[in-house]
Design a protein around this ligand. Structure first.
Ligand SMILES: NC(=O)c1ccc[n+]([C@@H]2O[C@H](COP(=O)([O-])OP(=O)(O)OC[C@H]3O[C@@H](n4cnc5c(N)ncnc54)[C@H](O)[C@@H]3O)[C@@H](O)[C@H]2O)c1
Length: 308
């Protein structure tokens, strides 16, 4: 199983590292436009192999897509991240051009590749890959909800002073500060609804902190986060590579599900060897439906900025 990660920056390198450490792929190719950068990251990571106990071969490439040929899965992390005070939507101008070129180059050398889009604004970049490549929708997956759900679980565990492994919960909707829809009514601690443990006000605080999870880290770090994004991508890659049929909220092209059409936005899906194998259309409360609609309106507005 060969996996390509485009962008050897913070998220790309972290994602390649987690994939290698989990040891399910035969090869990870990291590609970047910056001369020697991907080769350097690949060599550094390979020198952790004997220490961390993995056999995955990691190679680097400076913009040579021939080295990515016959990849099963490709992750697109190339593009600029936001700085403190910026929204993800402000990145569209530069990142749209990069994502379009990168996806076309990937498909030239790996026509059957499954593409995971990470670059922001992610839902719109996922939509762009649909509109510009024309490949089947099961092979285009946006990563946002897996990360946002991990941040939601972190905040719930913190509020309940509980171990994170006790918590289950999901965030759907757009991957933006205002678009995320944390499903507080469905979240549980060992199958008991979290509302049994937390007041409505505290749950609202958890939800608000989750939505600005990325912005909080960007303020602290001076750039956007990479460990949790890398880990989220690696879990999705593993689910596809190992045909795990696991459920993640992912950005996918909707065709009537959740009352939405011609939009890529986060909803629960099953990930297996064919990429998105099923979209899970769960019933939402009226309040959640309204939030989802508002979120979709925001994503559509950003999609409208694309020059297709
Ligand atoms: N979807 C999510 O949940 C999520 C989470 C975190 C970050 N992000 C996004 O991921 C992207 C990457 O973030 P980062 O922190 O790794 O940034 P970074 O600046 O550390 O790395 C980006 C890399 O992309 C490379 N690059 C630029 N143009 C390229 C091209 N045409 N071909 C190949 N490589 C190219 C750069 O040289 C750089 O090394 C940003 O857009 C960020 O907003 C998304």
């Amino acid at each position: 199983m060969k996996i390509t990660v485009v962008g050897a920056g913070a998220v790309g390198a972290s994602c390649a590292e987690y994939i290698a450490i989990k040891d399910f792929a035969s090869e990870v190719v990291i590609l970047d436009i910056k001369e020697g950068y991907a080769e350097g990251k690949a060599m550094d990571l390979m020198q952790t192999a004997s220490l961390m106990g993995f056999d995955t071969k990691i190679t680097g490439s400076t913009n040579d897509y021939a080295k990515t040929a016959d990849s099963h899965i490709a992750v697109i992390t190339s593009g600029i991240p936001r700085k403190p005070g910026m929204t993800r939507e402000e990145l569209i101008g530069i990142n749209a051009g990069i994502v379009k070129t990168v996806s076309s180059n990937l498909l030239e050398h790996s026509p059957n590749v499954i593409i995971i889009v990470v670059s922001n604004p992610m839902d719109t970049m996922t939509y762009l890959v649909h509109k510009t490549t024309g490949i089947p929708k099961n092979r285009i997956i946006g990563m946002g909800g897996a990360l946002d759900s991990a941040r939601f679980k972190y905040r719930l565990a913190e509020a309940m002073e509980a171990p994170i492994s006790d918590i289950d919960g999901m965030v759907i909707g757009g991957h933006s500060d205002t678009g995320m829809v944390p499903l507080t009514s469905h979240a549980t601690r060992n199958s008991i609804r979290v509302s049994e443990f937390l007041s409505e006000e505290r749950l609202q605080q958890v939800s608000d902190d989750t939505k600005v999870g990325g912005a909080t880290l960007t303020k602290l770090l001076g750039t956007s986060a990479w460990y949790a994004p890398g880990a989220a991508v690696s879990s999705m890659v593993q689910a596809i590579a190992c045909d795990q049929k696991k459920m993640f909220p992912c950005s996918t092209m909707l065709d009537g599900e959740y009352g939405l059409k011609d939009i890529c936005i986060g909803v629960p899906v099953i990930l297996g060897k064919d990429g998105i194998e099923k979209i899970i259309d769960i019933p939402l409360s009226d309040a959640e439906k309204a939030k989802m609609k508002e979120s979709a309106d925001g994503v559509s507005k950003t999609n409208g900025l694309l020059e297709l």
